[in-house]
Design a protein around this ligand. Structure first.
Ligand code: 5GP
Length: 187
């Protein structure tokens, strides 16, 4: 799986090992159960694996933020949590932290609800793309400034259910969004 413009960052085994590590970190940190607050939709595969690898009980809830628009700086809540997080240990589960706008917005929004603690866990951290500083407690993998797909991350809705994390050429994808389908699904 190394065609033109495509580089596998984490294969399925490396993803499993990363999730196990993060689940161990989180399970060792809380003894009383946590609320896993997952950011739709990219974090869903990560959430499913992480929650099942954790050895403490968890409640699962979802929130959604306005679509990613690089450079606009605007973030808005589209879907709120259903669970009242007051007094609870909350872990925000993200697919990727890029500009940091989503995480910064969520920290402000959720802190106002007085959780007992607020922890940020992201599968991918693209440090060089940061626009606002954010404090991340648990990070799966750090990547350089490149666009990634797979394991929840999409290109125009595609590739979310691929079980590798791959860096891709967005010029290739913008002329053909299906450019990597054969390589990522058929091999
Ligand atoms: P933020 O810029 O607020 O840190 O990240 C917002 C969202 O942008 C992420 O949750 C993710 O959905 C999307 N995003 C950022 N970088 C990438 C990337 O490299 N690949 C994909 N597929 N989505 C990304």
């Amino acid at each position: 799986m190394t065609g033109p413009g495509l580089r596998v960052v984490l294969d399925a085994d490396a993803i499993d090992a990363t999730v196990e590590r993060l689940a161990g970190e989180l399970s060792g940190r809380f003894d009383d159960g946590v609320v896993l607050a997952a950011v739709l939709r990219g974090s869903v595969p990560f959430l499913a694996d992480l929650s099942r690898a954790m050895t403490i009980h968890s409640l699962i809830d979802f929130l959604a933020i306005t679509k990613y628009e690089r450079g606009t700086g605007r973030v808005r809540l589209l879907k709120d949590l259903d669970i009242d997080i007051t007094g609870r240990d909350v872990v925000v589960v993200e697919d990727i932290v890029d500009t940091g706008l989503t995480s910064a917005f969520l920290r402000g929004e959720l802190t106002r609800r007085s959780p007992r603690s607020l922890t940020f866990c992201t599968f991918v951290d693209r440090v060089p793309a940061r626009v606002v500083p954010v404090e991340l407690d648990h990070v799966g993998v750090e990547i350089p400034d490149e666009f990634v797909i797979g394991y929840g991350l999409d290109y125009r809705g595609r590739y979310r259910n691929v079980k590798v994390l791959a860096a891709v050429d967005t010029d290739v994808l913008s002329s053909d969004p299906d450019a990597y389908v054969d390589e990522l699904y058929l091999s």
